[in-house]
Design a protein around this ligand. Structure first.
Ligand SMILES: C=CC1=C(C)c2cc3[nH]c(cc4nc(cc5[nH]c(cc1n2)c(C)c5CCC(=O)O)C(CCC(=O)O)=C4C)c(C)c3C=C
Ligand code: FE2
Ligand code: FE2
Length: 362
């Protein structure tokens, strides 16, 4: 049996942290090792804006017990009956309205890939960076295998959500650990903690609001921080997500120096008939218009990348609803995406969490 010191490695940078065993016997197979990897994980998206592609994606998404907590025996027949039939048709139409032409893919795919490529450029040869989707392709399994094949025996899992929720971050890490559970030779693994209150994240959000406002020839009367909602019952059972959203809003209000009442926290994207955490973004915006508020600016701090929920639900649907209800001016501050300030946030997080695994300053 091979011992640790007689394994030969593929080219590994000669950093203080890389393992470069010596004296390997000539007939010993090459084993890539000693590298550090980062797997950036986003939610996922259909492969095409069609009924069947969306149905496949939603079937995987809505079968996740972290997302839908109804007992499987009860839920799966309902899911595979009316829910997938109706939701897939509706969602496919919505995806078609925001789909990128070149390359022909969803905005979430374009942006997540760009974030990973830019992260690789920023981190240099010291680490391997790749990306995956929790639902759809490329899968977390593919991403982890790619990193292992490159010799990564230390891996940082980075679910791209500033706020922790069992439905998003935990689900991504669960999936990664499920894959790791089938590996004979596991890497050492770290997970990204939530960063909803990191000063550099708040400052990047504040700068994006300032930049969007500077580009307008009008001043918003209200700034609305709209977060993806979760079912109320999940919060009641201890999911801290809404508390973390409120903290982001409070810190953002302070960073922007706004008086109380100017920045509002609302929740969007509820699904189904149960109670979700509110106040709901659509109802709040219509109420503002009814109260005579004419000019609003929206941002979506829970999303690291623009996606269906921001580009269609906020920037198209909500804009139309606000203007129809009597509003006159509507602006949307894009997510941090792969912009330089957005990448600065992601890079700081990665470097902080790789501490002790890669030399600082590399
Ligand atoms: C039904 C339960 C859902 C929960 C709980 C949920 C939580 C949640 N989701 C995000 C981020 C995103 N969600 C996106 C799309 C999306 N979300 C749900 C359902 C739940 N989300 C559905 C059914 C869909 C698909 C689209 C639709 O049919 O409406 C996306 C966009 C993906 C894209 O391809 O662009 C993101 C991102 C968070 C942050 C969150 C809880 C904290
Ligand atoms: Fe969602
Ligand atoms: Fe939505």
């Amino acid at each position: 049996m091979a011992s640790e010191t007689d394994m030969r490695t593929k080219a590994v940078p000669d950093t203080a942290f890389a393992t470069v065993p010596a004296h390997a016997p000539a007939d010993h197979p090459e084993i890539a090792q000693g590298r550090t990897g980062v797997l950036m994980i986003a939610l996922g998206t259909p492969d095409a804006p069609t009924y069947w592609a969306t149905r496949r994606y939603l079937a995987e998404f809505l079968s996740d017990p972290r997302v839908i907590e109804v007992p499987r025996l009860l839920w799966l027949p309902i899911l595979h009956g009316p829910i997938l039939t109706f939701r897939s048709a509706r969602s496919a139409r919505a995806y078609a309205s925001i789909w990128n032409e070149d390359p022909y893919e969803s905005p979430l795919r374009t942006i997540t890939r760009a974030q990973a490529e830019k992260m690789q450029d920023r981190m240099g040869d010291t680490v391997h960076v790749t990306w995956a989707f929790r639902y759809g392709q490329p899968s977390i399994e593919t991403g982890l295998q790619a990193l292992r094949e490159k010799g990564c025996d230390r891996i940082l899992l980075f679910a791209l959500y500033p706020h922790y929720s069992a439905t998003t971050s935990a689900s991504s890490y669960d999936k990664a650990f499920e894959v790791l559970g089938r590996m004979r030779w596991q890497p050492a693994v770290r997970t990204m903690p939530p960063y909803h209150d990191a000063d550099f994240f708040i400052e990047a959000l504040a700068s994006s609001v300032r930049a969007t406002t500077a580009g307008l020839d009008w001043q918003p009367e209200r700034i609305i921080a709209s977060y993806h909602s979760i079912p109320q019952a999940y919060w009641d059972k201890g999911d801290p997500y809404p508390c973390q959203c409120k903290k982001t809003s409070r810190l953002l209000q302070q960073a922007l120096g706004l008086e109380d009442g100017v920045l509002m926290t609302t929740y969007q994207s509820r699904v189904g008939p149960t109670k979700w955490v509110g106040p709901y973004t659509d109802e709040s915006v219509e109420a503002l218009a009814a109260d005579g508020i004419k000019r609003i600016l929206l941002l979506a701090p829970a999303f690291s990348a623009d996606c269906l929920e921001t580009l269609e639900e906020l920037s198209i649907e909500l804009r139309e609803d606000f203007l129809a209800a009597g509003g006159t001016h509507f602006a949307y501050a894009p997510c941090l995406n792969d912009t330089d300030p957005g990448m600065d946030v992601l890079e700081r997080l990665v470097r902080r969490e790789l501490s002790g695994w890669v030399p600082s300053g590399s």
